[in-house]
Design a protein around this ligand. Structure first.
Ligand SMILES: O=C(O)CCC(=O)C(=O)O
Length: 248
């Protein structure tokens, strides 16, 4: 993979680009200010509250389990401020540097992990959940509140993306691709910080042992041309955010 198509870039350093290629992730400390995140989180809280209420009525829906972990997909469609947020220049700069000049939103979801969540969200690669061509896309996990080891932050296995897509086994709480002893590396994040990682990187999150909800927003970007890996259908889950390296 070449990620050096553009020179003179500032948001991602040369060292971070190298780390992304070798280890599969970059941590952006305090990428967003407290005020911006508070505004976003207030909106996402309302969205989560609504879907959690429904979840409690109907019970587990796939990987969303009432009172434990709630995934709410496509939230950029639910509020104009979120739609604006995911297309802002910081994301344009990061994604075009790592994916190439033409980029679209591939998927977005809030993930709220409640204090009752007493199990891992299992080790997986994001590619394990849906086939996509080209295979490489970028997952941005943004902390809407501090994400800590205690409240169930993300853990990663640096460099695991080099293994390519591996087999995933179905469990009652999600797909799992790794059953070994390696605990991986925790990625605690302060509110407004973000980890961006390769879609093939092994990651999980651990139980929430705190007394408050761990709040994350996952935004995934792919090359603009990305299509379903089996049907060949163009993925059209969200807006194109960059063409020719520039914001749309
Ligand atoms: O945020 C979490 O707890 C896990 C989410 C995750 O790994 C995913 O959605 O791929």
């Amino acid at each position: 993979m070449s990620i050096s198509w553009r020179r003179g870039f500032t948001l991602i350093t040369a060292a971070q680009k190298k780390q992304y290629e070798q280890e599969g992730y970059i941590i952006f400390e305090n990428l967003f200010g407290a005020e911006e995140i508070d505004g976003l989180r207030t909106i996402v809280d309302e969205i989560d509250e609504e879907t959690e209420r429904k979840l409690k009525q109907i019970g587990q829906q796939g990987i969303s389990i009432p009172n434990q972990i709630n995934f709410t997909a496509h939230i950029h469609r639910k509020h104009p401020q979120i739609k604006q947020f995911i297309a802002q220049d910081k994301f344009v700069q990061i994604t075009t540097e790592l994916l190439g000049p033409d980029v679209k939103l591939y998927w977005d979801q809030s993930v709220y992990k409640r204090p009752e969540a007493d199990r891992d969200f299992p080790w997986h690669q994001d590619n394990g959940y849906a086939p996509i061509d080209p295979q490489h896309y970028l997952t941005c996990w943004l902390a809407l509140e501090d994400a800590t080891i205690e409240n169930g932050c993300i853990w990663i296995q640096p460099g695991s993306h080099h293994q390519g897509l591996v087999e995933h086994k179905k469990t009652d709480i999600g797909l799992q691709c790794y059953f070994g002893e390696d605990p991986g590396m925790p990625v605690p994040l302060t509110k407004g910080s973000m980890v961006a990682f390769h879609s093939l990187l092994f990651h999980r999150s651990t139980p929430n042992l705190s007394d408050s909800t761990r709040k994350g927003y996952i935004v995934q970007y792919s090359p603009e041309c990305a299509k379903h890996g089996v049907t060949g259908q163009y993925y059209d889950n969200g807006p194109v955010i960059a063409l020719g390296g520039k914001a749309v």
